[in-house]
Write a protein that binds this ligand. Structure first.
Ligand code: AMP
Length: 390
């Protein structure tokens, strides 16, 4: 296996904030970075060495990217697996097309988890309104309807309180092939961030405790407040998933913890993840450096926590009335501001995040809420961050 050492080139499919932070870490380590993304001036293109402006399904453009780099990776699972399969013939692609094939269709992902014996909420496919009633028989209510493809941050999802609401929910997500799953009465959401190297070695980050608002990640608290047994079970599941998939790179596995401490898998992301942003500042090796190490065939870095920490997302809502009051973050010595360089702020759009390090993670959580409130003070009162769930 050829190792890609600093000085080599990395190709990234997708140019959002994950690609940007990957590029920042890659540049720090002396790599060259090329990005494929349809948007001029996208977050990653602002720090990359070169940008090919084309859609992610443009396999000719992806092929061109691959000829200019030593290894290709991705920052979104929306890249069609067939595009990756085409590149794989000539260039290392990590993670590979087979991982994407399993993950990027929500139904296939769930069938994979089921076949491999990983616990998850009951689910059923919904191909068209006619099978909606069959699905209703297999799944308990209330339930959530999720489109099989393309959904993120709660997009393409609809709450289904009872079987009678199914048809309307299906129309509301565009009448697309979907999966119906039981709404899980979780007491906590957690995420395992890990990296798996080319030789199969795995490093696991400290467990993240997540709070979502309107199905968008709001805060991550580390370490998560779970018993040791729950942490071990979550890690066992995530490592098993990465191994079964033959994944290479960082992977995030989002999970639900039930009242009796049962752990259910919610979703797999075969890439760096918002739940792992805390690692960029609070761990010895950030998830972005770790991903590079994994895809380049380097030894994996130390995932240890340097300090308990909280990450809070900054959504476009904060920009409604103008630029947020950055002093609210910058005046705090233990807070680090990350902005993604997005040209347009929209409600619910992730524009940046703040990392708060504090030996007292509960205190950090309070500080995170104080910061968001203070940033918002002059930005008007309506915000997705305080709308009710759903
Ligand atoms: P997802 O895009 O599937 O990760 O969903 C986003 C968020 O919606 C999750 O993090 C949960 O907060 C919520 N959610 C999704 N699916 C379920 C479910 N089956 N039961 C309860 N909450 C869910």
């Amino acid at each position: 296996m050829r190792v890609v050492l600093p000085g080599g080139s990395i190709g990234v499919l997708g140019g959002g904030q994950l690609g940007r932070m990957l590029a920042l870490e890659a540049k720090r380590m002396g790599y060259r970075v090329g990005v494929l993304d349809p948007v001029a001036g996208c977050p990653a293109a602002q720090v990359a060495d070169f940008h090919l402006q084309a859609p992610l399904h443009d396999s000719e453009a992806a092929l061109e990217l691959s000829t200019r780099v030593d290894v290709v990776t991705l920052e979104t699972e929306l890249v069609p697996f067939a595009v990756l399969a085409r590149l794989e013939a000539a260039t290392p692609v990590r993670p590979g097309a087979s991982v994407l094939h399993t993950i990027q269709d929500r139904l296939r992902q769930k069938e994979f988890l089921q076949a491999a014996g990983f616990p998850q909420a009951p689910f059923a496919p919904v191909h068209d309104p006619r099978c909606v009633q069959e699905a209703a028989q297999a799944v308990g209510f209330p339930a959530v309807l999720k489109s099989r493809r393309g959904g993120y941050d709660g997009k393409g999802q609809a709450f289904v309180p009872d079987p009678g609401a199914l048809e309307r929910a299906w129309q509301s997500i565009g009448g697309r092939p979907a999966v119906l799953e039981t709404l899980v009465p979780f007491k906590m959401e957690i995420a395992v961030i890990l990296a798996r190297g080319v030789q199969g070695e795995i490093r696991v980050y400290p467990l993240a405790e997540n709070v979502h608002k309107r199905r968008i990640l709001h805060t991550t608290r580390v370490p998560a407040r779970v018993p040791e047994r729950t942490r071990r079970e979550a890690e066992r599941l995530a490592c098993g998933i990465a191994e079964t998939l033959g994944h290479v790179g960082v992977m995030a596995v989002e999970m639900f913890v039930l009242d009796d401490d049962t752990v259910l898998v919610n979703e797999i992301a075969p890439r760096t993840h918002n739940s792992g942003h805390y690692t960029f500042g609070a761990c010895v090796t950030s998830q972005f450096e770790q991903h590079l190490r994994a895809i380049c065939g380097l030894p994996l870095g130390d995932p240890s926590l340097l300090s308990p920490a909280v990450m809070v997302n900054l959504l476009g809502d904060l920009w409604l009335e103008g630029t947020p009051r950055w002093e609210a973050v910058l005046s705090r010595r233990n807070a680090r501001l990350h902005l993604y360089g997005k040209a347009e702020a929209r409600v619910g759009r992730k524009m940046g995040h703040v990392l708060i390090v504090n030996t007292d993670a509960d205190r950090a959580l309070r500080e995170a809420e104080e910061i968001v409130a203070a940033l918002r003070a002059e930005a008007g009162s309506s915000s997705a961050q305080d709308l009710p769930p759903g």
